[in-house]
Write a protein that binds this ligand. Sequence first.
Ligand SMILES: *Cc1c(COP(=O)(O)O)cnc(C)c1O
Length: 433
Amino acid sequence: MNYYSTNGKVSPVTLQEAVVKGLAADKGLFMPERIKALPPAFYDNIQHLSFQEIAYTVADAFFGEDVPADTLKQIVYDTLSFDCPVVPVTDSIYSLELFHGPTLAFKDVGARFMARLLGYFIRQEGQQLVNVLVATSGDTGSAVANGFLGVEGIHVYVLYPKGKVSPIQECQFTTLGRNITALEVDGVFDDCQSLVKSAFMDEELNRHMKLTSANSINVARFLPQAFYYFYAYAQMKKAGKADELVVCVPSGNFGNITAGLFGKVMGLPVKRFIAANNANDIFYQYLQTGRYNPQPSVQTIANAMDVGDPSNFARIYDLYKGSHPSIAAEISGATYTDAQIAETVKQCYADYGYLCDPHGACGFRALQEGLRAGECGVFLETAHPAKFKSTVEGIIGEPVAVPRKLADFMAGSKQSVLMEKDFAAFKAYLMQQ
Ligand SMILES: *Cc1c(COP(=O)(O)O)cnc(C)c1O
């Protein structure tokens, strides 16, 4: 299947090219030419299937034309070496826990899938070192670095804003070494993202080294995120709660929710979506006004959603052919201040004994405020609360236990390269590699 650019100024490319390039030459995002609906029998039986079986069916619809069945199955099964359970919080609100992977955040799914698919394509092409550039506001860096750690033929550069990610997040990508280099940028997340985008556009640099992206703009990272929406539906169906299902996604760059929207196009019976924002409310404002007005990002306690110009908006816009009414019919919005997020973490814990991280709390609150009679909601608990230990402890006034997996990262020693936020310095550094 071919992939076209949302900017429409270049010819469609193969899956392999879309994965290796990341971003289209006209700066657009790649979209699959077709989104295949899955047969009704699949949805009738879905509650009897395992996560891996469900995911393979979905992966086959996306990638089956381009990757041999046994390879694709292996990639899917290796990627999903952990569960994504749906856990009840109230009678009508459930948490889809996406933090059971190696770095305790949902990005593990996309990152692990992409590393394996890219590894497959590189083996197909013969050996040339591929360099993955990834900008992170926190969790992308750790998921990508760990997803790619030790994958032959790939070097990863993680760009992150100095002083703006939590110490736990930072140690998950600065202590790995091997084929992972951490670049500590003197700026905000949007500066990191724009350095990455500029690097892809620089001809001289691209002659010097083969570059690709592992941000949620890469189709191999964002599409696999659809897997767990289907699995969440299966679990809710089993619980008899799936008739009027609302899915609420704490959103920053909007890759995660876009994968869910793709699922719905494939026939997944989700009634509607809610995009929960922190104070970075660009999408929320778009829903209200029909105008997309990017802003500099502001720092919040849900820092993985501190995005002022969400990349995947272009995909949502394309999916609904630019129609504001269609987008607003499918997705409603919510936006919360830090004080509201903190209040929600505290209340949810006190009232229901369920501890959300600051991102998941936005999702929980949006369901609490937004569910209509007869609806059940699932919010995506996108990270483990211990990843935001000091914030969460400050809110609930109790210690938060750190899972073993996380504690192991913190034992390592930090290695990073300091970087100015201007492109010339970044380019000069890469030209020496
Ligand atoms: C990345 C991230 C988000 C935002 O996901 P997008 O796909 O960028 O919208 C939300 N929560 C956590 C914990 C994240 O790491």
